[in-house]
Design a binder for this molecule. Structure first.
Ligand code: NI
Length: 201
């Protein structure tokens, strides 16, 4: 039996090293927040907390945005988990969650385990609210999006309508939905203020 506290601590270090250079909003602190929110959701919604914590921390480590060779990244990740004394079965569960919720695979919540549904909710919640707004513009800049442009759909404000404002209805768990609603309202307030300032009203 692995020392779970120690494993989490080592995983935090592993993630920090892997995502050190990210400026797209998928950095170490994103993983850290997803981990924290996932723990909070799990307290109410259940699931295997150890699996949830590790999958939350590791969910973006091999995301295509930072790694050209996803397969070798995932192998390295599995090897890391082996060094932490995890059982094959636990490693498989974690890898399964990561590959289902990341990599832009749009899995329907019902097909997912409770652990995967919680990590997916936590990841989506971090795209909402004040943090979500900050991340939207950071990612936007990296992808060459303008802040806002009426004549060009490729802008970060438009991303609110294409994705961020749709997320609250995609939450898997009631706990996440409640948190999402609050963050959703904040984004609507932000947009309202943004348009006012844009027009100098
Ligand atoms: Ni993420």
């Amino acid at each position: 039996m692995e020392n779970r506290e120690e494993v989490i601590k080592n995983t935090l270090e592993y993630v920090k090293k892997k995502l050190e250079k990210d400026t797209s909003g998928h950095d170490y602190y994103h993983s850290y927040r997803v981990w924290k929110i996932a723990k909070r959701i799990s307290k109410v919604e259940g699931g295997d907390i150890f699996i949830i914590e590790l999958a939350a921390l590791l969910h973006d480590v091999c995301d295509h945005k930072f790694t050209s060779d996803k397969e070798s990244c995932m192998n390295e990740l599995k090897a890391f988990l082996e060094t932490q004394g995890l059982k094959r079965e636990e490693i498989n569960k974690i890898v399964d969650i990561i590959s289902k919720i990341s990599f832009s695979v749009n899995k329907i919540g019902d097909d997912l385990s409770i652990e995967a549904r919680i990590v997916q909710d936590a990841d989506r919640l971090d795209a909402l609210g004040a943090i979500g707004i900050a991340r939207c513009f950071a990612t936007g800049a990296l992808l060459g999006r303008k802040i806002y442009d009426l004549g060009d759909k490729n802008n970060s404000i438009n991303h609110f309508y294409e994705k961020l404002l749709l997320l609250k209805d995609l939450m898997n768990t009631p706990t996440a939905r409640r948190i999402a609603e609050q963050r959703h309202r904040f984004m609507e307030q932000f947009l309202e203020e943004f348009y006012k300032e844009w027009e100098q009203e």
